[in-house]
Design a protein around this ligand. Structure first.
Ligand SMILES: Cc1cc2nc3c(=O)[nH]c(=O)nc-3n(C[C@H](O)[C@H](O)[C@H](O)COP(=O)(O)O)c2cc1C
Length: 200
């Protein structure tokens, strides 16, 4: 079992914010400790309370713990550069969205143009709750989505977006050289490069 190395966090906010936003980051070194269903459910409970267009709540999650029968097949869908570090996570949550939602005041389903946008909000809530609960969470978009969809039985009208690995943060020394050097909170573009008053 590896112990976490100290976090050297050089992130600085341009404007005052709650420290949780700069303190959350995506480590790659996990200890290999198991993560329980209940622990992940708290993260997904936070995701549940995300806002969504027409309150459609298009997000859908498939939870796979390391000893679950789907683990090996799901892990095999990861790109090799992600397999290097993700194997010591205790859980993988596949994040998808339903492309269809009931029309307002009706049970009739129609395409929901906001399904992906809203599911991004839910994933961010999940990531923040993981951080606040003392877990590391690292998202993976680098995987074979068709294969992942098959492993997890994704319905035809759903889109699979990302796999969120969850675990206890481990020691950076357990990582290969190239990843060890990157094992720290990264920077952001200045807010001035992202925001203009009155136009884009
Ligand atoms: C949709 C999405 C896909 C990502 N895919 C990968 C991935 O395949 N491999 C990886 O190492 N990190 C992946 N990341 C992690 C990002 O690189 C990371 O969130 C970003 O550099 C910001 O760093 P932070 O989360 O530590 O603040 C992904 C993140 C998101 C949101």
């Amino acid at each position: 079992m590896s112990h976490p190395s100290p976090v050297i966090n050089s992130r600085k906010a341009d404007f005052p914010i709650d420290p949780q936003f700069t303190e959350r980051w995506s480590p790659r070194a996990y200890t290999g400790e198991p993560v329980s269903e209940t622990e992940v459910m708290s993260m997904l409970e936070a995701a549940r309370w995300a806002p969504s267009s027409n309150n459609a709540q298009p997000w859908r999650f498939a939870l796979v713990l390391r000893n679950d029968p789907q683990w090996d097949a799901l892990f095999a869908t990861l790109n090799p550069n992600n397999q290097i570090w993700a194997g010591k996570a205790g859980a993988i949550v596949a994040i998808a969205s339903s492309q269809l939602a009931a029309k307002v005041g009706s049970t009739e389903l129609a395409p929901n143009g906001m399904h992906a946008f809203d599911t991004g909000a839910a994933w961010a809530y999940m990531a923040m709750q993981a951080h606040l609960s003392g877990f590391a969470l690292h998202g993976i978009g680098g995987f074979n989505k068709e294969a992942g969809a098959q492993v997890l039985g994704l319905p035809a009208d759903h889109t699979l977006h990302m796999l969120a690995t969850v675990g206890k943060r481990g020691d950076a020394a357990t990582l290969p050289d190239a990843l060890r050097e990157r094992e720290a909170p990264n920077a952001r573009k200045p807010l001035s490069a992202l925001v203009k008053r009155g136009s884009f």
